[in-house]
Every structure is written in C-alpha cells, then in structure tokens.
Design a protein around this ligand. Structure first.
Ligand code: PMP
Length: 392
C-alpha cells in the first residue's frame, strides 16, 4: 500500500490496496515513483520544514551567484565525484527549473548571436530521440536557431561541414536505454543529456566529460515534481549565456526547491555504499523489473524488447545486470504495424515509436512508475503473451 498517496486507476481504498481486476495498465509517462519507497524509509531525515520568514529573498547567496545556492552546488559536485558519473572540476554549474528548461537554455547558449550575420543554427537529434528536444526548440524557432529534424537528414551533407548544427545526444537514451555518441562530428556543438546516467539505470563505464551536459534530479532521486535540473558547462561564455536565459526566464531556480534538493542530496551522499545506498536500491528495483518483464516477453513471438547485456560498473565495482528505465518494445507480426494500437487493445497504454520519430512498429513502456503500476503492467503483458496461440 501507499498511504497518503493518490491511487492509480487500478487500485482503490485508503492505502491503495484494493486491486481492480483486468484494469488497463498505464505505462506511458516516465514518472520516477519507483523511488518513493526509498524516501518513505527516510521520511524524517529527508523532511524539509521552511518557516514563513525563511528564504523570502530573491537573493540566494552572495553577489556572484545571486540566485544559486553555493552550498547546493558544492553538494552536487560532491555527488558527481562520489558516483563517478561526471567530471566536474573544470565545469560551470547552471541551475534550472527541471532539465526541460535547460533544453532551450543550452540551445540559446550555443547558437549564434541574434545580431550575427550567420543563418540560424539547425538543432538535430538521432531517432529515436526524446521528443521534447523538438517541441521546445520549435516553440522558439526563429532568428537564432530552428529545429533541423533527425541527424539522418544531415549526416551526408555534414560530411563536408558541420557548421551551424547543434546536436542533442541522450545517454543512456530515452526511449531505448542505449549509450550513444554524437553522429555529426566536426565542429558541431553537442548537448549531452545525462538524465539517466546514474547507477540505477545504467552501468557507469567512466565519468562523462563532454563540453555541455544536462542533468536532472528527477531521475536519480525521483523528485520530478520539485523541477530541478543543472547543466555542467566547460566554456565560461556558454555558461554565462545559459545562466542569462534562466535569469531572464525565471530569475533562477526556486529557492524553496534548492533548499529541498540540498536536503535530498545530503541524504543520498550520506548513504552511498552503505546498506541504504539509493543507487543500490534503485538498481535492485529496476533490474528485478527488467528481469521479470524479459522472462515473460521471451515466451512471445509477437513482441520483443531491446537487448541489454550485463556490464562492468565503476560505481558498484562489479558486473551489474541491466536495469533500463524504459522497455523499447517491437511488434514482430506483420499485422501489428502500429505497435501502440496493438498494445492498447491488450489494455496497455504505451508511448508510440512515432512520437520519437521512430517506426510505429516500436512503442515505449515506462518501467519507472510505482510497484502497483508495474504489477498491473506485468499482468497485462502476461495476458497478452498467454493469449498467443500458434499451430506448431
Ligand atoms: N531529458 C530526458 C531524456 C528525459 O527523459 C526527461 C524526463 N522524462 C527530461 C530530460 C526532463 O526532465 P525534468 O524536466 O524533469 O528534469
């Protein structure tokens, strides 16, 4: 049960323990509630009480970083060093309201000046890609930059010149959980989205060290509703332009949120490598989910999942089982050319491959939601596979 929470549509009762049979599984959104049980175990230690008089000011700390808590920045740098997932010493840190806000802040920061004579930058990504790169960029299409579509349109042209491109790379990728590298190469600036580059979701082969990186608290701690993300940026001028964007847009990330995040990061740090390590907890939940889903889908001829292998992780210092945040489902039967619709008929809500500019033969299942959500998903997937009937 989840006392105090809203139940999902398949459960009722005060603690959501009454299960409605044969109900539709909603595996659409990447809501990271798999971490809620961890924070229930640390409810008192992670609680933040803010008195009415506290943090009223526009100014968070000092003159130079007016809107950004110096202490939170210090703790975030410590977290990256301790996890070994990013090189922070030669980077500037820019806070934002979720990493969604960083998408546009960084595109702006890397684009030619609006007064420059150069044509607008073309912003591209390799399919399947996280669709908000497109929707955010299109919202502000204009003088500085515009959405350029998928890299597949440009790889040949860019063999001659990569001038004027900005490439998004997501690693591990949403939706298919693979670790990807940029494809355009040359001089095109790259924004690497490391939302899932934490040991819950992937092995960590080495600390990431790209020039412009995006992180969010939504996926490592699960506090998606606090809306907190940060960029790690090597170049001072690019960092300044990203910071200007956030200042002009919202005058810096919410001070209340920064205060709450400070408490959360401190608990994560204090428990690293102990028996309450949040990454050990998260990895355990996610690998168990992946293993259970695979066990059922491996009996199917109708649907298949992306292949993932155990890999050595520098954080756990051992080979770890795969634990992706999303399953990238392929419908194998000729008649199931719309995989989203095929699964919807089986009462499973997914996110269609078409949304990621991939084939509609694919669709994404979120594995990040609550235990209740995952159990209902397992029920419906098991029904789907059991209903397959072949004449041998
Ligand atoms: N990047 C990727 C790849 C994501 O999957 C998400 C959330 N689903 C985000 C960025 C945005 O996260 P937030 O705005 O909550 O930080």
């Amino acid at each position: 049960g989840r006392p105090g929470c809203e139940c999902n549509a398949c459960f009722a009762g005060r603690d959501c323990s009454l299960h409605t049979p044969n109900c539709t599984a909603d595996a659409d959104s990447g809501n990271p509630l798999f971490l809620e049980p961890y924070w229930r175990r640390h409810a008192a230690a992670s609680a933040v009480v803010i008195s009415g008089w506290h943090r009223m000011s526009y100014i968070a700390t000092g003159i130079e970083k007016m809107f950004q808590s110096v202490e939170l920045e210090r703790q975030i740098r410590r977290l990256h060093r301790a996890v070994g997932n990013a090189v922070v010493d030669d980077k500037h840190v820019v806070f934002a309201a979720g990493s969604i806000q960083l998408i546009n802040a960084l595109v702006h920061a890397l684009s030619p000046d609006a007064n420059a004579a150069s044509p607008p930058a073309r912003v591209v990504a390799t399919a399947p890609y996280y669709p908000i790169y497109r929707t955010q960029t299109k919202m502000f299409d204009g003088r500085e930059y515009r959405w350029g579509g998928t890299t597949a349109l440009w790889v040949n042209a860019s063999r001659n010149s990569t001038d004027g491109f900005i490439e998004f790379v997501t690693s591990p990728n949403n939706p298919d959980a693979q670790l990807y590298e940029p494809v355009l190469g040359g001089s095109a600036p790259v924004i690497v989205d490391h939302a899932y580059y934490w040991p819950h979701f992937t092995h960590i082969p080495a600390p990431a060290d790209e020039d412009v990186m995006m992180f969010t608290m939504s996926k490592p701690s699960g506090h998606a509703g606090s809306r907190f993300g940060w960029a790690l940026i090597r170049d001072e001028n690019v960092a300044k332009r990203a910071n200007d964007y956030v200042q002009n847009s919202i005058m810096g990330a919410s001070r209340d949120t920064q205060l709450r995040m400070l408490g959360i990061v401190k608990i994560m740090l204090a428990n690293l490598h102990g028996k309450e390590d949040i990454f050990a907890f998260g990895h355990d939940v996610m690998r168990t989910r992946w293993r259970r889903l695979n066990a059922v889908v491996s009996r199917s001829r109708r649907i298949s999942l992306q292949r993932m292998a155990p890999e050595y992780c520098t954080y756990f210092k051992r080979i770890r089982e795969p634990s992706p945040g999303y399953a990238w489902v392929k419908c194998e039967m000729e008649e199931d050319d719309d995989c989203y619709e095929a699964l919807l008929k089986a009462k499973i809500i997914t996110r269609s491959g078409a949304r990621f500019e991939a084939s509609s033969r694919y669709t994404r299942l979120s594995l990040l939601k609550t235990d209740d959500d995952f159990e209902v998903l397992m029920e419906r997937v098991t029904d789907l596979v059991n209903a397959e009937n072949y004449d041998e």
